[in-house]
Ligand binder design. Sequence first.
Ligand code: GLP
Length: 291
Amino acid sequence: MEVVIRPNADAGADLVARVIAQEMRMNPRLVMGLATGNTMEAVYARLVQMHCEEGLDFSACRTFNLDEYIGLSINHANSYRHYMNHHLFLQVNIDLKNTHLPDGMATDLVAECANYERLITEVGGIDLQLLGIGQNGHLGFNEPLSALRSRTRVKILSPVTRAQNAPLFPRPDLVPQRAITMGVGSILDCRRCILLATGEEKAAIVARAVEGPITSMISATALQLHPECTLILDEAAGSQLKESDYYHWVFENQPEWAPFRAASPSIGKNGFQTKPKLGGKAVEAMSDVLE
Ligand code: GLP
Protein backbone atom coordinates (compact mmCIF):
# COMPACT_ATOMS: atom_id res chain seq x y z
CA MET A 1 0.00 0.00 0.00
CA GLU A 2 1.13 3.50 -0.77
CA VAL A 3 -0.23 6.71 0.78
CA VAL A 4 -0.09 10.11 -0.91
CA ILE A 5 -1.16 13.21 1.00
CA ARG A 6 -2.08 16.30 -1.03
CA PRO A 7 -2.60 19.78 0.40
CA ASN A 8 -6.37 19.93 -0.13
CA ALA A 9 -9.36 17.96 -1.46
CA ASP A 10 -9.21 19.39 -4.99
CA ALA A 11 -5.53 18.51 -5.32
CA GLY A 12 -6.38 14.96 -4.16
CA ALA A 13 -9.19 14.60 -6.70
CA ASP A 14 -6.98 16.08 -9.41
CA LEU A 15 -4.28 13.51 -8.69
CA VAL A 16 -6.77 10.63 -8.78
CA ALA A 17 -8.19 11.86 -12.11
CA ARG A 18 -4.70 12.20 -13.59
CA VAL A 19 -3.74 8.68 -12.52
CA ILE A 20 -6.96 7.38 -14.14
CA ALA A 21 -6.24 9.40 -17.31
CA GLN A 22 -2.70 8.00 -17.47
CA GLU A 23 -4.06 4.45 -17.27
CA MET A 24 -6.70 5.21 -19.93
CA ARG A 25 -4.06 6.57 -22.29
CA MET A 26 -1.87 3.48 -21.77
CA ASN A 27 -4.86 1.17 -22.29
CA PRO A 28 -7.85 2.66 -24.14
CA ARG A 29 -9.85 -0.52 -23.39
CA LEU A 30 -9.32 -0.07 -19.66
CA VAL A 31 -11.85 -1.81 -17.43
CA MET A 32 -12.59 0.61 -14.61
CA GLY A 33 -14.29 -0.04 -11.31
CA LEU A 34 -16.15 3.08 -10.23
CA ALA A 35 -17.41 4.46 -6.93
CA THR A 36 -20.05 6.97 -5.89
CA GLY A 37 -20.34 9.44 -2.99
CA ASN A 38 -19.63 13.14 -2.51
CA THR A 39 -15.87 12.63 -2.59
CA MET A 40 -15.95 11.22 -6.13
CA GLU A 41 -17.82 14.17 -7.63
CA ALA A 42 -14.63 16.23 -7.96
CA VAL A 43 -12.83 13.30 -9.62
CA TYR A 44 -15.59 12.95 -12.23
CA ALA A 45 -15.69 16.73 -12.76
CA ARG A 46 -11.96 16.67 -13.49
CA LEU A 47 -12.30 13.69 -15.87
CA VAL A 48 -15.09 15.50 -17.73
CA GLN A 49 -12.85 18.56 -17.94
CA MET A 50 -10.01 16.43 -19.37
CA HIS A 51 -12.43 14.94 -21.88
CA CYS A 52 -13.60 18.40 -23.01
CA GLU A 53 -10.25 20.17 -23.00
CA GLU A 54 -7.72 17.42 -23.76
CA GLY A 55 -9.84 14.89 -25.64
CA LEU A 56 -9.56 12.17 -22.98
CA ASP A 57 -11.21 9.28 -24.80
CA PHE A 58 -13.72 7.02 -23.05
CA SER A 59 -15.05 5.37 -26.23
CA ALA A 60 -13.46 1.95 -25.67
CA CYS A 61 -13.36 1.70 -21.89
CA ARG A 62 -15.71 -0.43 -19.83
CA THR A 63 -16.94 0.38 -16.33
CA PHE A 64 -18.35 -1.57 -13.39
CA ASN A 65 -19.70 0.27 -10.37
CA LEU A 66 -19.16 -1.06 -6.88
CA ASP A 67 -22.74 -1.02 -5.73
CA GLU A 68 -26.39 -0.06 -6.11
CA TYR A 69 -29.28 0.39 -3.71
CA ILE A 70 -31.96 -2.30 -3.75
CA GLY A 71 -35.41 -1.00 -4.66
CA LEU A 72 -34.40 2.19 -6.48
CA SER A 73 -35.08 2.29 -10.20
CA ILE A 74 -32.46 3.70 -12.57
CA ASN A 75 -34.41 6.95 -12.94
CA HIS A 76 -34.66 7.48 -9.18
CA ALA A 77 -32.64 10.58 -8.27
CA ASN A 78 -30.81 8.65 -5.51
CA SER A 79 -29.91 5.58 -7.54
CA TYR A 80 -26.23 5.19 -8.27
CA ARG A 81 -27.06 4.72 -11.99
CA HIS A 82 -28.56 8.20 -11.94
CA TYR A 83 -25.51 9.56 -10.11
CA MET A 84 -23.12 8.03 -12.66
CA ASN A 85 -25.10 9.19 -15.68
CA HIS A 86 -25.26 12.68 -14.25
CA HIS A 87 -21.68 13.09 -13.05
CA LEU A 88 -19.79 11.18 -15.74
CA PHE A 89 -21.36 8.95 -18.35
CA LEU A 90 -23.54 11.52 -20.14
CA GLN A 91 -20.78 14.10 -20.18
CA VAL A 92 -18.09 12.02 -21.90
CA ASN A 93 -17.97 9.82 -24.99
CA ILE A 94 -18.47 6.51 -23.19
CA ASP A 95 -20.79 3.95 -24.77
CA LEU A 96 -23.57 3.46 -22.20
CA LYS A 97 -23.69 -0.23 -23.17
CA ASN A 98 -20.20 -0.51 -21.66
CA THR A 99 -21.27 0.92 -18.30
CA HIS A 100 -22.45 -1.54 -15.69
CA LEU A 101 -24.07 -1.28 -12.28
CA PRO A 102 -25.84 -4.03 -10.38
CA ASP A 103 -29.60 -3.96 -10.98
CA GLY A 104 -31.19 -3.11 -7.65
CA MET A 105 -34.66 -3.84 -9.09
CA ALA A 106 -33.83 -7.41 -10.15
CA THR A 107 -36.47 -9.93 -9.09
CA ASP A 108 -33.81 -12.58 -8.48
CA LEU A 109 -31.11 -10.73 -6.54
CA VAL A 110 -28.92 -13.80 -6.05
CA ALA A 111 -28.86 -14.42 -9.81
CA GLU A 112 -28.16 -10.72 -10.43
CA CYS A 113 -25.12 -10.84 -8.12
CA ALA A 114 -23.76 -13.98 -9.81
CA ASN A 115 -24.36 -12.40 -13.21
CA TYR A 116 -22.43 -9.27 -12.20
CA GLU A 117 -19.42 -11.34 -11.19
CA ARG A 118 -19.69 -13.28 -14.46
CA LEU A 119 -19.73 -10.07 -16.53
CA ILE A 120 -16.58 -8.82 -14.77
CA THR A 121 -14.85 -12.15 -15.41
CA GLU A 122 -15.91 -12.11 -19.08
CA VAL A 123 -14.12 -8.80 -19.73
CA GLY A 124 -10.98 -10.13 -18.07
CA GLY A 125 -11.38 -8.50 -14.65
CA ILE A 126 -11.13 -4.91 -13.46
CA ASP A 127 -7.88 -3.08 -14.25
CA LEU A 128 -8.31 -0.03 -12.05
CA GLN A 129 -10.71 0.17 -9.13
CA LEU A 130 -11.64 3.59 -7.76
CA LEU A 131 -12.74 3.57 -4.12
CA GLY A 132 -14.10 5.90 -1.48
CA ILE A 133 -14.43 5.02 2.19
CA GLY A 134 -17.49 5.19 4.40
CA GLN A 135 -17.31 6.55 7.94
CA ASN A 136 -17.35 2.97 9.27
CA GLY A 137 -14.55 1.98 6.90
CA HIS A 138 -16.72 0.27 4.31
CA LEU A 139 -15.67 -0.14 0.68
CA GLY A 140 -18.69 -0.10 -1.61
CA PHE A 141 -21.32 -1.28 0.84
CA ASN A 142 -19.14 -3.88 2.57
CA GLU A 143 -20.39 -3.18 6.04
CA PRO A 144 -18.70 -4.39 9.27
CA LEU A 145 -18.12 -8.16 9.32
CA SER A 146 -18.04 -8.46 5.54
CA ALA A 147 -15.94 -11.53 4.84
CA LEU A 148 -12.53 -10.66 3.43
CA ARG A 149 -13.20 -13.17 0.62
CA SER A 150 -16.78 -12.02 -0.08
CA ARG A 151 -18.07 -11.64 -3.64
CA THR A 152 -20.90 -9.52 -5.09
CA ARG A 153 -23.95 -10.02 -2.89
CA VAL A 154 -26.78 -8.35 -1.00
CA LYS A 155 -25.76 -6.48 2.17
CA ILE A 156 -27.92 -4.91 4.87
CA LEU A 157 -26.81 -1.32 5.42
CA SER A 158 -25.65 -0.37 8.91
CA PRO A 159 -27.27 2.48 10.84
CA VAL A 160 -24.02 4.48 10.47
CA THR A 161 -24.11 4.15 6.69
CA ARG A 162 -27.81 4.96 6.44
CA ALA A 163 -27.25 8.06 8.58
CA GLN A 164 -24.22 9.08 6.49
CA ASN A 165 -26.18 8.84 3.25
CA ALA A 166 -29.46 10.25 4.63
CA PRO A 167 -28.79 13.92 3.73
CA LEU A 168 -29.04 12.94 0.05
CA PHE A 169 -32.59 11.59 0.51
CA PRO A 170 -35.78 13.61 1.12
CA ARG A 171 -36.26 11.82 4.47
CA PRO A 172 -33.87 9.58 6.49
CA ASP A 173 -36.36 6.68 6.48
CA LEU A 174 -36.28 6.67 2.67
CA VAL A 175 -32.65 5.47 2.62
CA PRO A 176 -32.88 1.85 1.41
CA GLN A 177 -32.07 -0.85 3.94
CA ARG A 178 -30.22 -3.07 1.48
CA ALA A 179 -27.82 -2.81 -1.43
CA ILE A 180 -25.98 -5.03 -3.88
CA THR A 181 -22.24 -4.57 -3.49
CA MET A 182 -19.13 -6.08 -4.97
CA GLY A 183 -17.45 -8.07 -2.21
CA VAL A 184 -14.15 -7.42 -0.48
CA GLY A 185 -12.74 -10.40 -2.38
CA SER A 186 -14.03 -8.99 -5.69
CA ILE A 187 -12.26 -5.69 -4.91
CA LEU A 188 -9.02 -7.42 -3.95
CA ASP A 189 -9.04 -9.17 -7.36
CA CYS A 190 -8.76 -5.83 -9.21
CA ARG A 191 -5.33 -5.18 -10.66
CA ARG A 192 -4.87 -1.72 -9.13
CA CYS A 193 -6.87 0.08 -6.44
CA ILE A 194 -6.99 3.83 -5.86
CA LEU A 195 -8.84 5.08 -2.78
CA LEU A 196 -9.62 8.76 -2.31
CA ALA A 197 -10.57 10.15 1.11
CA THR A 198 -10.86 13.80 2.02
CA GLY A 199 -11.97 15.81 5.05
CA GLU A 200 -11.39 15.63 8.77
CA GLU A 201 -14.39 13.36 9.36
CA LYS A 202 -12.48 10.57 7.54
CA ALA A 203 -9.21 11.02 9.47
CA ALA A 204 -9.86 8.46 12.24
CA ILE A 205 -11.14 5.69 9.96
CA VAL A 206 -8.34 6.29 7.42
CA ALA A 207 -5.74 5.90 10.21
CA ARG A 208 -7.35 2.61 11.29
CA ALA A 209 -7.58 1.40 7.67
CA VAL A 210 -3.94 2.17 6.86
CA GLU A 211 -2.05 1.65 10.10
CA GLY A 212 -4.40 -0.58 12.10
CA PRO A 213 -4.77 -4.37 12.11
CA ILE A 214 -6.63 -6.14 9.28
CA THR A 215 -10.17 -6.90 10.38
CA SER A 216 -13.48 -7.71 8.73
CA MET A 217 -14.96 -5.03 11.02
CA ILE A 218 -13.32 -2.42 8.76
CA SER A 219 -13.39 -3.57 5.13
CA ALA A 220 -10.84 -0.97 4.04
CA THR A 221 -8.15 -2.67 6.16
CA ALA A 222 -8.29 -5.50 3.58
CA LEU A 223 -6.52 -3.17 1.15
CA GLN A 224 -3.35 -3.87 3.13
CA LEU A 225 -3.45 -7.27 1.39
CA HIS A 226 -3.58 -5.73 -2.11
CA PRO A 227 -0.28 -5.68 -4.02
CA GLU A 228 -0.98 -2.42 -5.88
CA CYS A 229 -3.08 -0.06 -3.83
CA THR A 230 -2.69 3.70 -3.51
CA LEU A 231 -4.55 5.84 -0.99
CA ILE A 232 -4.79 9.50 -1.95
CA LEU A 233 -5.74 11.81 0.92
CA ASP A 234 -5.94 15.49 1.67
CA GLU A 235 -4.10 16.84 4.72
CA ALA A 236 -7.29 16.66 6.82
CA ALA A 237 -8.02 12.99 6.06
CA GLY A 238 -4.35 12.12 6.63
CA SER A 239 -4.05 14.09 9.86
CA GLN A 240 -4.14 11.08 12.23
CA LEU A 241 -1.55 8.97 10.41
CA LYS A 242 1.58 8.22 12.42
CA GLU A 243 3.91 7.77 9.45
CA SER A 244 2.86 10.79 7.36
CA ASP A 245 6.46 12.11 7.10
CA TYR A 246 7.45 8.88 5.39
CA TYR A 247 4.45 9.00 3.02
CA HIS A 248 5.28 12.62 2.07
CA TRP A 249 8.91 11.69 1.50
CA VAL A 250 7.97 8.84 -0.90
CA PHE A 251 5.72 11.10 -3.00
CA GLU A 252 8.35 13.86 -3.14
CA ASN A 253 11.25 11.56 -4.01
CA GLN A 254 10.11 8.55 -6.00
CA PRO A 255 10.48 8.94 -9.79
CA GLU A 256 7.07 7.41 -10.65
CA TRP A 257 5.37 10.34 -8.87
CA ALA A 258 7.49 13.03 -10.60
CA PRO A 259 4.90 13.77 -13.36
CA PHE A 260 2.20 14.21 -10.72
CA ARG A 261 3.92 16.48 -8.16
CA ALA A 262 2.77 19.81 -9.54
CA ALA A 263 -1.00 20.36 -9.29
CA SER A 264 -2.93 21.01 -12.50
CA PRO A 265 -3.08 24.71 -13.41
CA SER A 266 -6.90 24.47 -13.47
CA ILE A 267 -7.01 24.15 -9.67
CA GLY A 268 -7.38 27.63 -8.27
CA LYS A 269 -7.91 28.72 -4.69
CA ASN A 270 -11.63 28.04 -5.05
CA GLY A 271 -11.28 24.62 -6.63
CA PHE A 272 -11.69 23.62 -10.24
CA GLN A 273 -12.41 26.37 -12.73
CA THR A 274 -14.59 24.16 -14.89
CA LYS A 275 -17.65 22.55 -13.38
CA PRO A 276 -19.55 20.16 -15.66
CA LYS A 277 -23.06 21.10 -16.59
CA LEU A 278 -25.71 18.87 -18.09
CA GLY A 279 -27.29 20.15 -21.23
CA GLY A 280 -28.13 19.55 -24.91
CA LYS A 281 -27.13 16.09 -26.05
CA ALA A 282 -26.44 14.86 -22.53
CA VAL A 283 -29.98 15.54 -21.38
CA GLU A 284 -31.45 13.89 -24.50
CA ALA A 285 -29.24 10.84 -23.98
CA MET A 286 -30.23 10.67 -20.32
CA SER A 287 -33.92 10.54 -21.25
CA ASP A 288 -33.19 7.68 -23.69
CA VAL A 289 -31.33 5.67 -21.05
CA LEU A 290 -33.89 6.24 -18.39
CA GLU A 291 -36.89 5.23 -20.48
C1 GLP B 1 -21.38 5.31 -0.15
C2 GLP B 1 -20.80 4.38 -1.20
C3 GLP B 1 -19.32 4.14 -0.95
C4 GLP B 1 -18.59 5.44 -0.75
C5 GLP B 1 -19.17 6.16 0.44
C6 GLP B 1 -18.42 7.43 0.76
O1 GLP B 1 -21.64 4.66 1.05
N1 GLP B 1 -21.48 3.14 -1.23
O2 GLP B 1 -18.78 3.45 -2.07
O3 GLP B 1 -17.22 5.19 -0.52
O4 GLP B 1 -20.52 6.43 0.11
O5 GLP B 1 -19.19 8.57 0.53
P1 GLP B 1 -18.69 10.05 0.63
O6 GLP B 1 -17.68 10.24 -0.44
O7 GLP B 1 -19.93 10.85 0.38
O8 GLP B 1 -18.12 10.23 1.98
